[in-house]
Design a protein. Structure first.
Length: 195
């Protein structure tokens, strides 16, 4: 289907899902399993699991905590200490206004981060400055860091201690892959049969 003045809608469901299927087929299973292991170890150790991201990635970060806090606790009876740095808009806006947008996550981490906590940073480009600052701070202050990125991975892929990388130059497909990762975490830690 071609894009014309009379037909502004190009592409089909089949085309998009075909691209998504090819991307999912290229994901590194060892990276995914390692990411799930890192989250599982933090949970079993009673550590906080802290998520953050911008734009669509902020909603993914929030969705992770929604699923994990409720479902993993209900399935196991063991508390899941998840929190997201994007869920309190008042705090985000206050730091953005009083310091700068680049510090909205690092300033929150200064208040809540404890040694051994896990920080999960999500960035499609891997280059969001506020995400990079937060991961550097977490690395320097005894946290474990897991970066979810797309495109070439950006700075996040270089500085995060663990990564899950969607190697695709398409923001929506990268975000789709990250979303699927969250669901894999939930099902694995809930003990669902995945075969």
């Amino acid at each position: 289907m071609q894009h014309t003045a009379n037909n502004p809608y190009t592409g089909t469901a089949e085309a998009y899902l075909g691209k998504l299927g090819r991307l999912l087929g290229t994901l590194n299973h060892d990276e995914i399993d390692n990411g799930i292991r890192v989250i599982g170890e933090a949970w079993q150790s009673g550590r906080q699991i802290i998520t953050l991201g911008n734009g669509g990635s902020s909603l993914t970060a929030l969705h992770f905590i929604n699923d994990w806090n409720k479902s993993i606790y209900m399935a196991s009876g063991k508390p899941f200490r998840g929190r997201s740095l994007v869920d309190n808009m008042g705090v985000v806006m206050a730091y953005g206004n009083d310091t700068c947008f680049e510090d909205i996550f690092i300033e929150q981490l200064k208040n809540v981060l404890e040694n051994g906590d896990l920080v999960i940073a999500i960035s499609g480009s891997g280059n969001s400055e506020n995400v990079i600052r937060a991961v550097n701070y977490a690395n320097d202050n005894g946290a474990v860091t897991l970066g979810l990125c797309g495109y070439r991975g950006g700075k996040l892929k270089q500085i995060a201690q663990h990564t899950v990388w969607a190697d695709v130059d398409d923001m929506q497909l990268a975000e789709d892959a990250h979303f699927f990762f969250g669901h894999m975490v939930m099902q694995r830690l809930c003990g669902y049969a995945l075969d």
